[in-house]
Ligand binder design. Structure first.
Ligand code: TRP
Length: 369
């Protein structure tokens, strides 16, 4: 029976690049909060390397390199391996087996309608001819991830909503097809404010994304952050002179201040104003220059990024320990997910070698012919 009393989190990332500020506001800081809230019985964070391979089959080295980057990013923002299980997808065989069974519970028509798959196909320029079957079916593998851990809660961005919906459908279909209430229909836990939903890139494009080259990475040095803000961050092209009235909407400096600055930081770094509303008002009226705004933003970002950077440096000096964290986390995940796989096989009556009652079933089948 599905134990619906336990509250279990599964969330994860594809290790295709270092994590950036968009990940931090959208998911990492939330995970740390959830981890420390004490409200969950179990928290699993999956480094989805197999999923990353679905569109990187020709470049496994990229996944290999980024696995350690992502692990370091997790540890440096405060994911605590004592409280959260960090695990590696390819080391968890139950996920592969479940994917294979779930493939039969989903139609290709349903997969082609998945909006996330559609938009990701467009982004990668995959047409039907060039579409890897593994990529096309990754929602099924993600459903396996989620249900294998018996996750009740999946903290993720809105782009993942169709994935969670498919996981719910697959869980429902499994339970009804095999007439057992084993798999749990997960709920998505969306970020709770607009900026967290989607942090734009420094160039002003809708999303901070590695492929768009508009990111501030958690692992960027202070010098790099400064350069990205001073030289590459999109402000207001109509604000030419300091005295010109400026726009704060669509101006990334103010978008980031909205996301990251706290009123107390004005007293310390920019005492001309007492709060962001006051600063914005001055900018809109005219008389406040971009350089001053950008310098303040850098201070605000550094207050957050510097401790992360220092924590990262500590972990970078002990890579073997990080390796052990991943290895132990993966071993724990193997145990949990094998339990689900066994229940799944038993519901399907294909658990031949853990239940030898099939011998007598076969005997009566043969003698009854
Ligand atoms: N698809 C997610 C992403 O691209 C990564 C992921 C894989 C995931 N398995 C998961 C997220 C399970 C939540 C739950 O970021």
């Amino acid at each position: 029976m599905a134990d619906t009393n336990k509250k279990i989190i599964l969330t994860g990332d594809r290790p295709t690049g270092k994590l950036h500020l968009g990940h931090y506001v959208g998911s990492l800081s939330r995970r740390v909060e959830l981890q420390n809230s004490g409200k969950f019985d179990k928290i699993n964070i999956l480094i989805a390397d197999d999923q990353a391979l679905t569109d990187n089959a020709d470049n496994p080295q990229k996944i290999r390199d980024n696995m350690i980057e992502v692990a370091l990013d997790y540890l440096s923002v405060g994911i605590d391996p004592g409280k959260s299980t960090i695990c590696v997808q390819s080391g968890i065989p139950a996920l592969h087996a479940l994917t294979f069974y779930y493939m039969n519970l989903v139609t290709t028509a349903r997969l082609s309608r998945n909006p996330t798959v559609k938009s990701e196909m467009a982004m990668r320029g995959f047409d039907n001819e060039g579409l890897p079957a593994g990529f096309f079916t990754y929602p099924v593998s993600q459903a396996a991830d989620i249900t294998a851990f018996k996750a009740t809660t999946v903290p993720a961005g809105e782009d993942q909503e169709p994935m969670i919906e498919q996981a719910r459908e697959i869980a429902r279909k499994f339970n009804s097809t095999y007439k057992q209430d084993i798999l749990i229909e997960p709920e998505i836990l969306l970020p709770d404010n607009a900026t967290q939903l989607r942090l734009p890139g420094i160039d002003g494009q809708a999303k901070m994304s590695k492929s768009l080259g508009n990111c501030i990475f958690l692992s960027d040095s202070a010098e790099v952050v400064k350069e990205k803000i001073m030289k590459k961050t999109y402000t207001d092209p109509t604000h030419l002179q300091i005295t010109d009235p400026g726009h704060v909407e669509g101006n990334m400096v103010f978008t980031y201040l909205d996301a990251f600055c706290r009123d107390e930081q004005f007293a310390e770094y920019l005492p001309d104003y007492s709060c962001l509303a006051e600063m914005k008002e001055h900018y809109q009226k005219g008389g406040l220059g971009d350089v001053k705004c950008k310098k303040f933003l850098i201070k605000v970002l550094e207050e957050m990024l510097d401790p992360i950077r220092q924590e990262r440096a500590k972990w970078e000096a002990k890579i073997p320990e990080v390796y052990d964290i991943l290895k132990q986390g993966t071993a724990r995940a193997v145990e949990d997910t094998n339990e689900t796989l066994e229940q799944v096989r038993s519901a399907m009556r294909i658990n031949y070698f853990t239940d030898d009652s099939i011998i007598s079933d076969w005997e009566s089948w043969i003698s009854g012919k």
